[in-house]
Write a protein that binds this ligand. Structure first.
Ligand code: GUN
Ligand code: ZN
Length: 449
């Protein structure tokens, strides 16, 4: 292993309690699903995980001169992955509205109009990426707006930061204000240009992004499906079955389809690497179809509660094998923090008479999310050879969290305290490819890293 000598050495090591997943813990918290090292070491070489395991064992094999960052009273996890979020909606969080369609018309569309301006889009992209980093999120699947400039601005900012991000231009050729409308042909032509320019550049990926069935003509959805068929490794990103009025509307617009999902399916948009936000009001035929196609749902509890959309059915997803992860959906969602979001996910489970364990909750925003995106070989595992994106959570971030975690002995109890009491204050540090991208002082240690 080579040693670097500059400020960003090739080889670095982080010591502390460490949790990573191998599989879905499921409802039973299966012990084989994860590795938990109470005193762990994460060794990083050239931005990738070189080793991960018990600290004393690994340190015995490493040169004594190796600089080790010791994260006391912390928990190291793979960086969080947010599988559904809108960067242009930073400024509509909590804006009001009576429900999805009213909220879109009144608050969201006027805000998205501003993203035709590259300078505005760039400024918001920087704020957005800062927020992700501060909250421990190292990868996201991101809606831009209908404007090419919004995509250019986002990818430019993400590339400069060396992040793994997936994003795309919104396709929307009807039922929206004229200032946000493209056409079937022009929308696809622009998507193709952006995809060609950005997909696979460094760590960036493109997502073909029809907003939702009501704002695309059948011609546009069919053309989106043809584009997707040409590029099997790009993502598809949209909304599905979020709100009763929306679903009725889709029924009127697409009377020939069996269901809302079927509208997308007939166009070739249901496959691996397709992620549909919400999936609240659907039947098992559709869930089974998503499962067999390898498409994933993004469960967005803060958004679903804020907009009064409904409660995601975890049991139904499990029963049918429908993949799902947990996502923020900012700005319908009310927090960038996946800790806050997991807390709400656990409460939604209880409201439906179900249970989401804290252990499984953390799986859903790490390995579970990476699997939904088909990126489990790159991120979300801290497996040897994978990209060293990770977060350090501070068990003593607040007086209350410190008190609560001191009394917690079992891992599940610590995780429960973290997601119940934690927010951005609990994110001590965030690393991307082994490089520090955000840190905050703590009660115990007032220095930034
Ligand atoms: N459905 C169509 N567009 C949107 C959006 O921007 N947010 C949410 N939550 N649902 C949508
Ligand atoms: Zn959304």
């Amino acid at each position: 292993m080579a040693h670097g000598t500059d400020a960003s050495p090739l080889l670095s090591a982080h010591r502390g309690a460490l949790l990573r997943f191998r599989a879905d813990p499921g409802a039973s918290n299966d012990a084989a699903s994860h590795d938990y090292f109470e005193d762990g070491l994460l060794l990083i070489e050239d931005g990738r995980v070189a080793a991960c395991g018990p600290a004393t064992e690994l340190l015995a094999q490493l040169p004594r001169s190796l600089a080790v960052t010791h994260h006391v009273d912390s928990l190291i996890l793979p960086g969080f992955i947010d599988t559904h979020i809108h960067y242009p909606q930073v400024d509509v969080i909590g804006a009001g509205g009576q429900g999805l369609l009213d909220w879109l018309e009144t608050y969201t569309f006027p805000q998205e109009r501003r993203f035709s301006d590259f300078a505005h889009a760039s400024a918001v992209a920087e704020v957005f990426l800062d927020e992700l980093a501060r909250n421990g999120t190292t990868t996201a699947l991101v809606f831009c707006t209908v404007h090419a400039a919004s995509v250019e601005a986002f990818f430019t900012a993400a590339q400069r930061r060396g992040l793994r991000m997936i994003a795309g231009k919104v396709l929307m050729d009807r039922n929206c204000p004229e200032y946000l409308r493209d056409t079937a042909d022009e929308g696809i032509a622009t998507s193709r240009q952006l995809l060609t320019r950005w997909h696979g550049q460094d760590r960036l990926g493109y997502a073909i992004t029809p907003r939702f069935a009501p704002t695309s003509t059948p011609e546009q959805l069919l053309a989106a499906g043809r584009l997707a068929a040409e590029f099997p490794d790009v993502h598809i990103h949209s909304h599905l079955a979020e709100n009763h009025d929306e679903i009725e509307w889709v029924g009127r617009l697409y009377p020939e389809a069996r269901s809302y999902l079927d509208v997308y399916d007939r166009c070739g948009l249901v496959r691996e690497r397709a992620v549909y936000a919400h999936c609240l009001h659907m039947d098992d035929v559709d869930r089974l179809r998503m499962a067999s196609a390898g498409a994933a749902a993004a469960f967005c509890p803060t958004s679903n509660l804020y907009l009064g959309s409904g409660l995601f059915d975890i049991h139904a997803a499990d029963r049918t094998g429908q993949r799902f992860s947990v996502a923020t959906d900012v700005g319908g969602g009310t927090s960038f923090s996946l800790l806050r979001t997991l807390d709400e996910a656990c409460k939604v489970a209880k409201l439906t008479g179900q249970y989401l364990s804290p252990l499984r909750a953390f799986y859903l925003v790490t390995l579970g999310a990476a699997r939904c995106l088909g990126l489990q070989h790159q991120i979300g595992t801290l497996a040897t050879g994978s990209e060293a994106d990770f977060v350090v959570l501070d068990l003593q971030a607040t007086e209350l969290l410190a008190r609560r975690t001191r009394a917690a002995h079992a891992l599940n109890d610590v995780l429960s305290a973290l997601l119940t009491l934690g927010d951005d204050r609990a994110v001590r540090a965030t690393y991307s490819l082994g490089r520090l991208i955000a840190s905050r002082p703590t009660l115990r240690n007032p220095e930034r890293l």
